[in-house]
Design a protein around this ligand. Structure first.
Ligand code: PFF
Length: 436
């Protein structure tokens, strides 16, 4: 039975919903772009090491805090040490900043899904993308559809909404991604792309590569936002001792999706001799160009943007659930009321973000449009800062031995070392680099 605040049907619910939260725009859009910029295999190597030693450590920590306290981030930090309640508040603020503009990108994806049949007749892919994001109403309408869908899933609750939806979407996403990868790998000269992805080019390997990899791990694995505290708090039985086992599938799923994406985009880009455009453009410009070129491209366009949509919406759901759990637990609201309030907030902030590239382009804060400013604040300041403070909190204030997450002594000691030393040092370096 689900209680008032909600609970998973089983441990599998926690694993699947967490993995679905981690798999998102970070894997499909940001990962390939950074890999291309930072020397292929060299970036991949740094990314994998940081995932294991920093990313996984923070995921384990957050889930453990959720399971131990069974509270949302504000309640979780506050109940262990009232002085650290602000860290939970920071988590709620961070996810509330990210969700509206993340949903705007979700809307662009929906628009591309609706227009996938037009790709093989498009003349200028870049102009096509710019026309969409600068239009007066179109991005706004798609954003509204995306945020309504997100709110509906969250409205149905932890078990009936989030768990049921993610159990269906995540396997579908993996299946479709494997289909896409097979298509890309069977193109002529695909092997060149595979080599680029796996063979490290150490001439491009420097401190920047490591910092980019670290930022990417944070973004991709969804740490520093209290998502895993919230999801962990919905576990019914005492999962404290099996956190290690619960968490590896999450970290593995996130990494595997990034690898599958790399094994799709690089072979396709190399085989077709298409130039890699950077940033947002990689997905919205390079991919449609690829689909416009290959046999049965229209079908693959639908498949690709469907994958993208699935990945984005399950992450958006997790971002929304952090604020909802706070409103339910701390302000004693019903789920229905909490979802309505958060939804209205997202519509207002998201609409302004959505119009940042068009009508409201002239509205800037410190030289950045509204959308970019939200992204900068969340990704460059709040995420690394919160990762740093979380590791200090668990490593030095609470004491990692209080979180007995592994039954194996060696693994437990390794976890304690990582949360005390590796995670704080790494996150501090990242934070200093981001704000400088
Ligand atoms: N980890 C998810 C992704 O890779 O898209 C969700 C997410 C991470 C959303 C970071 C937003 C964010 F800033």
């Amino acid at each position: 039975m689900e209680n008032n605040r909600g609970s998973w049907n089983s441990k599998l619910g926690l694993v699947i919903a967490s993995a679905a939260s981690a798999v998102g725009l970070g894997n499909l859009w940001r990962f390939p772009y950074l890999t291309a910029k930072d020397g292929g295999g060299a970036f991949l190597l740094a990314y994998l090491l940081i995932t294991v030693f920093v990313g996984a450590t923070l995921v384990i920590t957050e889930v453990a805090l959720g399971i131990k306290t069974r509270k949302n981030p504000v309640g979780a930090y506050g109940s262990i040490n009232p002085k650290f309640k602000f860290l939970g508040v920071m988590n709620v603020i961070t996810t509330s900043i990210i969700l509206p503009y993340y949903s705007v990108v979700g809307g662009w994806i929906l628009a591309y899904l609706a227009k996938a049949h037009l790709f093989n007749n498009m003349k200028d892919y870049k102009a096509g993308f710019l026309n969409l994001i600068t239009a007066d109403y179109e991005p706004l309408v798609y954003f509204l559809i995306f945020i309504v869908l997100t709110a509906v899933i969250v409205f149905f609750g932890v078990q009936k909404g989030i768990e049921r939806f993610c159990k269906f979407i995540l396997p579908a996403l993996l299946f479709l991604l494997i289909v896409m990868m097979c298509r890309a790998l069977t193109l002529d000269k695909a092997i060149e792309g595979v080599k680029f992805f796996f063979v490290p080019d150490f001439s491009k390997f420097d401190a920047r590569t490591c910092l980019d990899a670290m930022g990417q791990v944070f973004f991709s694995i969804s740490v520093g936002m209290g998502i895993y505290i919230t999801y962990g708090s919905y576990l019914q039985d005492d999962g404290q001792k099996c956190i290690g086992k619960v968490i590896w599938p999450v970290v593995t799923a996130d990494t595997v999706v990034s690898l599958l994406t790399g094994l799709t985009i690089f072979p396709a880009v190399f085989a077709l001799g298409i130039e890699m455009t950077s940033g947002t453009g990689l997905v919205f410009i390079t991919f449609p160009k690829i689909f416009g070129t290959i046999y049965l491209g229209t079908i693959f366009s639908y498949v690709f943007f469907a994958i993208f949509f699935f990945a984005a919406i399950t992450s958006a759901v997790s971002l929304m659930e952090v604020a909802i759990s706070f409103l339910i637990d701390n302000l004693k609201m019903s789920r229905k009321k909490a979802v309505w309030i958060d939804f209205i907030y997202c519509v207002v902030i998201g609409s302004i973000s959505s119009l940042s590239f068009g009508k409201l382009g002239g509205f800037t804060i410190a030289g950045k449009n509204f959308f970019d400013q939200l992204d900068f604040l969340a990704s460059n300041i709040l995420l690394p800062l919160s990762g740093f403070l979380t590791s200090i909190f668990v490593g030095w204030v609470l004491g990692p031995e209080k979180l007995q997450v592994f039954t194996n002594l060696k693994q437990q000691k390794m976890f304690e070392f990582c949360i005390k030393w590796v995670a704080p040092i790494a996150t501090l370096i990242l934070f200093v680099d981001c704000v400088k």
